[in-house]
Design a protein around this ligand. Structure first.
Ligand code: PEP
Ligand code: MG
Length: 319
């Protein structure tokens, strides 16, 4: 129950066999950092920055307003690292009336996330400048959503260079950032090793990874029964991405709903995951699962689940 969970706030997230697990928060607005700290998060793994932009119609936040919001979030985390995802609008998160998503044939396959940012360079550069400036006041990681192509990676890096040059030209101070890629398209998961050449860390967005792997619109209730995190193809992509990052010695996290669902905690630990980012309300329940887990006993079982044609049944044989 809740009061027992609350006692875990200051307990380190360490497994029975001594593995340290990083529990991070997903936030939508700077004020959510309060809930993140209250739940004992050791950082923000996903700040969905599009929430600063949504419902604003034609008055998108400018550089100064964004800069202040990012600094507020940093201050809210009192020195703990903050991962800001660049704007991820489109599909289930329409920006405003001028982006008539319903008019597109397949909004989830259309102009969204990094595709939109690269198509709107002035907007993207404004956001990157605001983030770089905020990085002068604390540890910021930048996370890029929905990448699939190396050309998009190169263009994104180019944009970051341009944003830095623009700040240099204005003589404005900015800081270093770590750069990460969201793995949420099967193409990205299948080429995770390539992504790792360009990025400091990866974050797996299982909500979209499941949608795109299984061709199930995550917002369409008529096919919701087929939206299956335990589909062998989804598990394979997850396992391969975690493996690739671990092999290359770079951090990898899961920030989709699976990370905050205690039904999957042991499986993700068994697959080698050591960093989870979730809604603050889930953190203590996941921590409880972690402090009761022995990862050394989960590895073989996770491989069995992975190889099973009925992973849900194999899951039930939990050690
Ligand atoms: C995801 O796709 O899993 C994710 C974390 O991003 P969002 O839910 O914001 O699309
Ligand atoms: Mg996503």
């Amino acid at each position: 129950d809740r009061s027992r969970l609350l006692r875990l706030v200051n307990t380190p997230a360490v497994t029975l066999d001594g593995e340290k697990i990083e529990l991070l928060a997903n936030i939508e607005l700077p004020k959510d950092t309060e809930a993140a700290l209250a739940a004992g998060a050791v950082g923000v793994g996903l700040f969905r920055s599009e929430f600063l932009f949504m419902g604003r119609n034609h008055h998108l936040p400018g550089e100064e307003e964004q800069y202040q919001a990012y600094v507020r979030a940093l201050e809210g985390m009192r020195g703990l690292p903050l991962t800001i995802r660049t704007i991820d609008v489109g599909a289930d998160k329409p920006l405003n009336d001028s982006v008539p998503d319903a008019a597109h044939l397949n909004p989830a396959l259309g102009m969204r996330a990094i595709r939109w940012s690269l198509a709107e360079p002035a907007m993207f550069l404004t956001q990157l400048r605001a983030i770089l400036r905020a990085a002068a006041s604390g540890r910021i990681h930048v996370l890029i959503p929905m990448l699939a192509h190396v050309s998009e990676i190169r263009q994104t890096l180019q944009m970051l260079d341009t944003a830095r040059s623009q700040l240099d030209a204005r003589g404005v101070a900015y800081g270093e950032v770590d750069l990460g890629a969201m793995i949420e398209v099967p193409a990205a998961a299948l080429t995770a090793r390539l992504f790792l050449k360009y990025f400091d860390f990866l974050s797996i967005g299982t909500n979209d990874l499941i949608q795109y792997t299984l061709a199930i619109d995550r917002a369409d209730e008529s096919v919701a029964h087929l939206y299956d995190p335990m589909h062998p193809a989804v598990l394979q992509l997850l396992a391969d991405t975690i493996r690739a990052a671990r092999d290359m010695g770079k951090p990898v996290s899961v920030c989709g709903e699976m990370a905050g669902d205690t039904a999957f905690t042991k499986l993700l630990l068994g697959l080698g995951l050591r960093s989870f980012s979730m809604h603050p309300a889930q953190i203590l329940a996941v921590k409880q699962e972690i402090v009761r887990s022995d990862t050394s006993k989960l590895v073989d079982w996770a491989q069995q689940v992975l190889q099973s044609e009925d992973p849900a049944a194999a899951m039930a044989q939990k050690p």
